[in-house]
Structures are given as C-alpha cells and as structure tokens.
Design a protein around this ligand. Structure first.
Ligand SMILES: [Zn+2]
Length: 297
C-alpha cells in the first residue's frame, strides 16, 4: 500500500503566530515614513489572514455507549438540535430503526436492508457523535488491493499521529468490498443491545461501490462513554446504501483526519436514563455488538 500526502492543514508556517506578530511590530517602529509604515501594516494584515489556524473543534456526543448497550433506544436529541452542534458524524435513530450518518450537514438513516433515506429535522436519536468537519490532513491511498479493514485503520492511525485524543476520520473512495450491518426496529420493552444483535442484526455486502466512511477514533480510556478504537459508518455516493461498517477494503481514495481538542457529552435529561445501571463493565458486550469479537484486544 502506498500512502501519498496531498494536503496539510494548517500549513506549517501557521505555527508561531504571536512571535511573528511581535517581531513585525518591532520592525514597524523603525520605519519613519508613513508610506513605509503603511506597507508594513499591509503585510501584517496579510500575515494574520494567511496564518490564521483552523478553529479547534470538539467531539460532541449525546448519551453514552453504555446506555445504548443497556437498551436505552429512545432519546430526546433531534436532528435540528444536532445540526447546530456538528455537520459530520454517526449514531442511531430512536427505536433502533437504523444506523445514522451525518455528512456535509445532511443526516441519513440506513434501515435493516441498508436502504438510506434523509432524516427529518424532528427525527430523534438515542446516541450520536458529531463534530464540525475541518480536515487537518488528507492523504491519497492507492494500490491497496490487499488492504483490509485493519490496514485501513492502521493508515488512519499513521495520519492522526496522536492516540491520546479523539479524531474524526473521513475516507472517500472506491471500496472493492464492504461488509455493513443495520438492525430491525425494536418494540418496547427493549432488550439489551447484545441480545438485539443476536436476533435482529442484518448484515449485507457491497462490492465496487463509491462512497464515504464517516468515522471516529476514540482513545480506549474513554470506553464506557464512547466506542473505543475506530467506529465507522458508510454512505454510498448515490446516497442509496449505508450502515455500520464491519469490514472494508478500499481500492482507491482519500483519507482525511481532524484531531479533536475537546470532548463534550450531553446526557439525556430523563427518568429512564437516571434509572439505568451504567456501572457494569460493558467491554465484552461492546466487542460483540461492534463486530470486534474474535479480534485481538
Ligand atoms: Zn455504529
């Protein structure tokens, strides 16, 4: 597999804005003519504009993965509210009626057949992770005929280069193979997620499909709150297919990463959440649900 870096944000010369600014002010004092002063001021303005680093963004999460595993499938978070917190992300919809994907500010759900439709502004979710997408680095990936999901995750790790903070990841390209899953909608009283996945998980394969993997890397120390490691959902370029990613092979595409400088969790403000037992160790159930069972820890 060959990785070729094509872009880098912010550019390297954006580092050290303040020292450059202070030095320039010192230089300004030495100029006596108004014309020269005006010229330097113009350069200062240009420098500030060019060097402005991208705004730092937070990972914003609604509810916890522990609550979802415990069977809390009805949330109060609407698409309209979530849109104000981010334009890129993933999650589930109420009643576990499918997997959610947010791309370029539009929110979609993939049903049990993988069929994808746009969510209405008043659609609600029990669990979601979003951010404002501002890629810091992008690499084109080629010659990946033998690239499996693990290799793809390794490429993401090399690009992010900081395992101690969360990262948003976007992979656009041609996928030679995808194994996706969604689930059939649930009726109350809800069973725990691991149990639901035994009976109502639906897996589907897709070959040679163009689209986008929308994902997050979360450090392991945040497990219980979020899904540790890599978590990807897929949406096809024609917006007709989507789902939670169990396996992926990328023929050709671009991997982009955005390191996230904060992690904000909004807890559901309702009595059901208050009554959940979130103190159990969900690690085993999570590995089963996320399709990680059988893989090394
Ligand atoms: Zn998922």
């Amino acid at each position: 597999m060959t990785l070729t870096e094509t872009r880098r944000y912010p550019p390297d010369n954006s580092v050290g804005l303040n020292p450059v600014g202070l030095k320039s002010i010192e230089l300004v004092k030495r100029f006596r003519t108004f014309k020269r002063l005006k010229t330097v001021k113009s350069w200062l303005c240009l420098g500030l504009f060019v060097c402005q680093p991208a705004a730092a963004e937070d990972l914003v999460q609604y509810s916890t993965i522990g609550a979802l595993l415990a069977g809390e499938y009805d949330g109060d978070m609407s698409v309209a509210r979530l849109t104000r917190m981010g334009n890129f992300g993933l999650g589930a919809v109420n009643g576990l009626a499918g997997e959610m994907m947010a791309l370029d500010g539009a929110f979609y759900v993939a049903d049990a057949q993988g069929k994808t439709t746009r969510l209405e502004a008043d659609s609600r979710m029990p669990f979601a992770i979003v951010t404002r997408w501002q890629p810091q680095q992008t690499r084109s990936v080629q010659n990946v005929k033998n690239s499996d999901y693990a290799a793809l995750q390794q490429a993401c790790a090399g690009l992010a280069d900081n395992p101690n903070v969360p990262a948003a990841l976007r992979i656009d390209g041609l996928f030679s193979e995808l194994l996706l899953r969604s689930e059939r909608p649930q009726q109350k009283p809800y069973a725990p997620l691991a149990q639901v996945m035994k009976t109502d998980e639906v897996r589907f394969r897709a070959d040679d499909v163009r689209g986008t993997l929308i994902g997050f890397y979360t450090p392991g120390y945040l497990s219980g709150v979020s899904v540790p490691g890599y978590h990807f959902h897929f949406i096809a370029e024609d917006l007709r297919l989507g789902g939670h990613v169990l396996d992926a092979q990328l023929a050709q595409g671009n991997i982009s990463v955005q390191l996230l400088t904060g992690f904000r969790v909004e807890f559901p403000d309702n009595s059901r959440f208050a009554r959940l037992n979130l103190f159990e160790d969900h690690a085993q159930a999570l590995r089963r649900v996320e399709g990680l069972e059988g893989l090394p820890e």
